[in-house]
Design a protein around this ligand. Structure first.
Ligand code: SF4
Length: 227
């Protein structure tokens, strides 16, 4: 491939001269207004924060079963999650804001997974990857429990296993949701604020709502809660 250096066009030169005039204080009136309008962008702090957090999702280093093998490949060169700021997998839930449930969760594991989710700091997001964590998958028995039964899930990625491209598509959907309408997230829809884990005494003092402290979220049966 031949790389050709193009000479700078007249438009670039005109912009350079306008910038020079502005710095000298020579730009006034309508010219100054147009210069500012072309270069200044206004937004709200909330939108700026959402934009930043959606482009720097830190997934938890956390795999459950076969789906996890597909999940691992999204950081490799083919899909390269780094393009969207999601390559920094964190070993501690305190430093992660995205948990990907990549595989089946047994009833015995559910409280542990929920506790890991509770240890993540707000704002945080959860993706149920694959049929098992979304709907028990092929395991038509009492041992496997869908993630919705014990914790909030923001997005489901179907498949058994979903291809890495499907997971990447899910992460991009989540990114769009955070940027455009975070209200679509589970916690906002169900007013489930404050799911970050607190010490029991602190939680009582702060009037922590049901669903926190490792208690089951909506739809959880007593059977699951006791497991
Ligand atoms: S959805 Fe399929 S690939 Fe994923 S954990 Fe379940 S059985 Fe394994």
């Amino acid at each position: 491939m031949e790389v050709v250096r193009q000479p700078a066009g007249g438009e670039l030169r005109a912009r350079q001269l306008r910038a020079r005039d502005m710095l000298r204080g020579d730009l006034e009136g309508a010219d100054l207004d147009r210069f500012v309008e072309e270069r200044v962008m206004t937004t709200t702090l909330e939108r700026a924060v959402n934009w930043a957090s959606s482009n720097s999702l830190f997934p938890l280093t956390f795999g459950l079963a076969c789906c996890a093998i597909e999940m691992m490949s999204i950081v490799a060169s083919r899909l390269d999650a780094a393009r969207f700021g999601s390559e920094a997998w964190r070993a501690s839930p305190r430093q992660a804001d995205l948990i990907i449930l990549s595989g089946r969760v047994s009833i015995k594991m559910a409280p542990i997974v929920r506790r890991i989710y509770d240890q993540m700091l707000e704002p945080k997001w959860a993706i149920a990857m694959g049929a098992c964590s979304s709907s028990q998958g092929v395991f038509n028995n009492y041992a496997v429990v869908p993630a919705d039964k014990f914790m909030p899930v923001d997005l489901h990625v179907p498949g058994c296993p979903p291809r890495p491209e499907a997971l990447m598509h899910g992460i991009l959907k989540l990114r769009t949701m955070i940027q455009e309408n975070p209200e679509l997230g589970w916690r906002a829809r169900y007013h489930a604020e404050g799911t970050t884990e607190l010490a029991p005494a602190q939680a009582r003092a702060e009037g922590e709502p049901p669903g926190a402290q490792g208690e089951p979220a909506r739809g959880a049966s007593g059977e699951n809660a006791g497991a």
